[in-house]
Design a protein around this ligand. Structure first.
Ligand code: NDP
Ligand code: 2IT
Length: 449
């Protein structure tokens, strides 16, 4: 099933496997990028000479630390936290923090590696990094979450800074957690350094439209892919996996552009609403009450809850995976294609397995890989840094307009690069090569560091 790697790249990939044992998600992310790079090395022999690929696969710095904290009953817990500072050729390390029980070094490294190319694609001056912890926020009180964030920051503060490393949110980390992390950073350092975090609240240095940016941006990218095919979202039946930050605002933008969303999900099950998901009800349940998606079905007669269901079995024309890595398998891709799906845009990071990606590319549907399609989140983080640096605060309309232009630009560059490298409409090739070239040229220019 796997594509063959270029003969120069195969030994480099074997080295990555040997040096990073057991980190399967990291291996997957590296392999997927290397599979696109054969023709680049032919055009640019200087990259091999400077060992750019070997260097890009090795994080500049990896920080792993203990986070002790006390729950509300006085019991002590020990978690492990990570910050992988992957590449700073283009700017300070930039990328989110993920709190989820599945987090280990291999997940953070895959995310950090993807982030290098994604951030390069945005055209903004940001390097790549990622962090997180195996802390599970589910069922934890506000006070417990605050204590955990504060304990984590007692170690992390020394490694970050507006010119060094700028964290943000990801799974399990939203504005509330960013507030506790930033508050503790401010207390320890005695500096109101707004630019050290993005995803802050609008009242304390955050950017308007950052909350919406990843979901909106994914739909803007989707819209551009459809345009190339003479299509629009108007009247299209869509499904969106997950029901978190990315999923909710992807749904919002699909509805604004005239599409209909008939299903969403969480890690326990799937909601199918043939009348179309009622966004106000969804937001109330997820953003205000912080409850499970199952309670949506109790409030809408037209909705059904499928415990342990597979969302990709729901017939649709457009599918947006917005939950987590490897959530869409080869089996799911076959099902989507059989049901007439014509477009897939990834709001999540690496949600489609390699077999699924191959099936989408072979079927020539519009397939937008995460590092391109979901780059609107981090791009708007860079706009937040820009506002912080100039002590300014832009309107929602202006910020969304900038986001839209950035997504149109990313789409165009990926599209044109794919054509240049004889892989028309292959956004995987387009995104990997465009992102890589930008970082590789900068690394050569900066010397052996
Ligand atoms: P949230 O924590 O807000 O929501 C995550 C959603 O995905 C929840 O519905 C969650 O369900 C579901 N989910 C998480 N893990 C799993 C799992 N193992 N199996 C099934 N479902 C799961 O996170 P975000 O919306 O911020 O992130 C979603 C995806 O988007 C991630 O891949 C993230 O890396 C990516 N992303 C996020 C960006 C951002 O700005 N936030 C930017 C770019 C990409 P449950 O509640 O049951 O866990
Ligand atoms: O995966 C991602 O791009 C994010 N979670 C957002 C990172 C950021 O710094 O805004």
């Amino acid at each position: 099933m796997m594509a063959v790697l270029d003969e120069k790249l195969e030994p480099i990939y074997q080295d990555v496997l040997r040096r990073n044992p057991g980190e399967t998600e990291f291996h997957q992310a590296v392999r997927e990028v290397l599979e696109s790079l054969g023709p680049v090395l032919v055009k640019h022999p200087e990259f091999a000479e400077h060992k750019i690929i070997q260097r890009i696969c090795e994080p500049e710095r990896q920080i792993i630390f203990r986070v002790p904290w006390e729950d509300d009953s006085g019991e002590t817990h020990i978690n492990r936290a990570f910050r992988v500072e992957f590449n700073s050729a283009l700017g300070p390390y930039k990328g989110g923090m993920r709190f989820h029980s599945s987090v280990y070094l291999g997940i953070i490294k895959f995310l950090g590696f993807e982030q290098i190319f994604k951030n390069a694609l945005t055209g903004m001056p940001i390097g790549g990094g990622k962090g997180g912890s195996d802390f599970d926020p589910k069922g934890r009180s506000e006070a417990e979450i605050m204590r955990f964030c504060q304990s984590l920051m007692i170690e992390l503060y020394r490694h970050i800074g507006e010119y060094t490393d700028v964290p943000a949110g990801d799974i399990g980390v939203g504005q509330r957690e960013i507030g506790y992390l930033f508050g503790q950073y401010k207390r320890i350092t005695n500096r109101y350094e707004s630019g050290v975090f993005t995803g802050k609240g609008v009242g304390w240095g955050g950017s308007r439209a950052r909350t919406e940016a990843t979901g909106y941006g994914t739909v803007f990218f989707l819209d551009e892919m459809l345009k190339v095919r003479g299509e629009t979202l108007e009247g299209k039946t869509c499904i969106v996996s997950g029901s978190g930050n990315v999923a909710i605002f992807a749904i919002e933008k699909i509805l604004e552009l005239g599409g209909k969303v008939v299903a969403c999900s969480d890690s326990n099950g799937v909601i199918v609403d043939e009348q179309g998901i009622d966004l106000a009800v969804l937001k109330e349940i997820k953003l205000v009450e912080r409850r499970r998606i199952s309670s949506y079905a109790q409030r809408r007669d037209s909705a059904r809850y499928r415990e342990n269901g597979v969302i990709w079995d729901v017939p649709c024309e457009v599918a947006l995976p917005c939950a987590t890595q490897n959530e869409l398998t080869g089996r799911d891709a076959r099902k989507l294609l059989a049901n007439g799906c014509i477009a897939v845009a990834e709001g999540a990071n690496m949600p489609t397995t390699p077999e699924g990606v191959r099936l989408f590319l072979d079927a020539s549907i519009a397939y937008g890989p995460g590092k391109a399609a979901n780059a609107g989140g981090v791009a708007t983080s860079a706009l937040e840094m820009q506002q912080n640096a100039s002590r300014d605060s832009w309107t929602f309309e202006y910020t969304e307009q900038r986001l839209r232009e950035i997504m149109v630009g990313i789409h165009r560059r990926c599209h044109d690069t794919a054509e240049e490298y004889a892989a028309p409409n292959n956004y995987v090739v387009g995104a990997n090569i465009t992102g890589f070239l930008k970082v590789a040229h900068a690394m050569v220019a900066l010397g052996l560091v």
